[in-house]
Design a protein around this ligand. Structure first.
Ligand code: ARG
Length: 459
């Protein structure tokens, strides 16, 4: 049989394969609530403008709520023959309210309808991501506050570099996720314009009020160009770009947790609640959540590349290619939210092994820079010479199989005669971190300022 929406033009119905490649209802039913909100706003506007009667609009608006509750309670029978969520809802509305349902699509097309629905959906996800990022930042802040004074090794090239504080390390992640949050807010501000009323591509001859529908749906304004309104998917691409960068941050942090929780590092103990065991090796406690978070960037960035590729060759205005936008965004959104929540849970639950962190902090000649700085400050050596003297002392310690503080004053003086006993004070890791008081540095006093600043910002 031919289609009930456009059957007038068609003698035959679609081939089964045509239906299979064409239908989007299998996934776009996730936008049912947004579709119905858009249609209810449109119906109210049609009545306000005298395009339909108030009683028809009331019937539409009531009927749409009935359809929504059928969907929400799982009583709705979705039909592939009806292609997508838009036609499924409209067809059911017709069954519920009869003739007035046929007036709902006046001055509107599925092209502006889907763009509106999808924007509403993405906007909700940006808000969810903002909450998820804030929750994760709070968990990191709590860790930073507990361990503002704990020392640990700081790395470059994953080789011991200089001692840092646990709080400083946690706050580095707060800064990263704060940038993600700010990108989310930017994207939301830019995307919050309403395509509804662009109709198929050219606008409509009906006297619609686009300001009214835009406002009713929480948009800042209607989109200014109807061709652009139905063909733009920048908002989805920005969502995927922001998600990709954030997933990259999550992945880096997850990698650190994998390393830190290994038996070789033992910097942290992950909670049982966020670990798994092995079916064969009884001793195992694996950081699977961290590993999966580390992996999520693959599908999220994949979605970004996929949609960029879909969009790159499309002429104005709408093309059916754009139906491929949703699954990418849905999958990326689901996995980004999951990764944020899992990271928050892991951070909340993890225990820093402070004694392991402290002994690791002093290993690897981590205070060699402090020694060189002391030579500059106390003996007025040029930094390059101080670097050389310290290098010789490190080589000596390495040969003796000890750390820098284990060298005797005599050892020190054999390399540079003017060295005095108070050099040993700067070789301790606590003195080392306490001395790094430059803005943004690792000194507990500086880290506490940053913690206070972010706590206030997130309050
Ligand atoms: N299911 C379509 C999509 O997701 C809705 C818009 C269809 N418009 C059209 N002219 N066929 O993009």
């Amino acid at each position: 049989s031919s289609n009930q929406m456009w059957g007038g033009r068609f003698a035959a119905g679609p081939d089964a394969i045509m239906e299979a490649i064409n239908a989007s209802i299998g996934f776009d039913k996730r936008m049912a609530a947004q579709d119905i909100a858009g249609s209810r706003a449109h119906a109210a506007m049609l009545a306000a403008q005298g395009i339909v009667t108030p009683s028809d609009a009331d019937a539409m608006r009531e009927g749409l709520l009935t359809v929504l509750s059928e969907i929400e309670t799982g009583q709705f029978a979705f039909s592939t023959a009806l292609e997508d969520i838009h036609m499924n809802v409209e067809a059911r509305l017709k069954e519920v309210i009869g003739e007035p349902a046929g007036r709902l699509h006046t001055g509107r097309s599925r092209n502006d309808q889907v763009a509106t629905d999808f924007r509403l959906w993405v906007r909700d996800q940006l808000d969810a991501a903002a909450s998820g990022l804030e929750a994760l930042m709070r968990a990191l802040l709590a860790q930073a506050e507990a361990g503002a004074d704990w020392v640990m090794p700081g790395f470059t090239h994953l080789q011991t570099a200089q001692p840092v504080t646990w709080g400083h390390h946690m706050m580095a992640y707060v800064e990263m996720f704060a940038r993600d949050l700010s990108r989310v807010q930017d994207a939301r501000r830019r995307m919050n314009e309403c395509p509804l009323g662009a109709a198929a591509l050219a606008g409509t001859s009906f006297p619609i009020d686009r300001e009214m529908t835009a406002k009713a749906l929480g948009f800042d304004r209607p989109m200014a160009n109807s061709l652009d309104a139905v063909s733009d998917r920048d908002f989805a691409l920005e969502f995927l770009s922001v998600a990709s960068i954030s997933a990259m941050h999550l992945s880096r942090m997850a990698e650190e947790l994998v390393i830190w929780s290994s038996a070789q590092f033992r910097f942290v103990t992950l909670s049982d609640r966020f670990s798994t065991g092995s079916s064969i090796m009884p001793q195992k406690k694996n950081p699977d959540a961290a590993e999966l978070i580390r992996a999520k960037i693959g599908r999220i960035f994949g979605a970004n590349v996929a949609l960029m590729t879909v969009m790159k060759g499309l002429p104005l205005a709408y093309s059916k290619d754009m139906q491929e936008d949703k699954e990418q965004v849905f999958d990326a959104a689901d996995n980004w939210m999951l990764a944020l929540a899992a990271m928050e849970g892991m951070v909340k639950d993890m225990t820093a092994n402070t004694s392991v962190l402290e002994s690791a902090a002093s290993a690897g000649f981590s205070t060699a820079t402090d020694l060189a700085d002391w030579l500059v400050r106390t003996l007025d050596l040029p930094f390059r010479e101080a670097h050389h003297v310290t290098g010789s002392l490190v080589a000596m310690a390495e040969k003796k199989g000890c750390d820098l503080p284990d060298l005797s004053l005599g050892d020190m003086q054999s390399v540079h005669a003017a060295i005095t006993a108070d050099v040993f004070e700067v070789l301790g890791v606590h003195n080392s971190v306490a001395s790094r008081t430059s803005y943004g540095g690792t000194a507990p006093v500086r880290v506490r300022e940053q913690i206070a600043r972010w706590k206030e910002a997130l309050a």
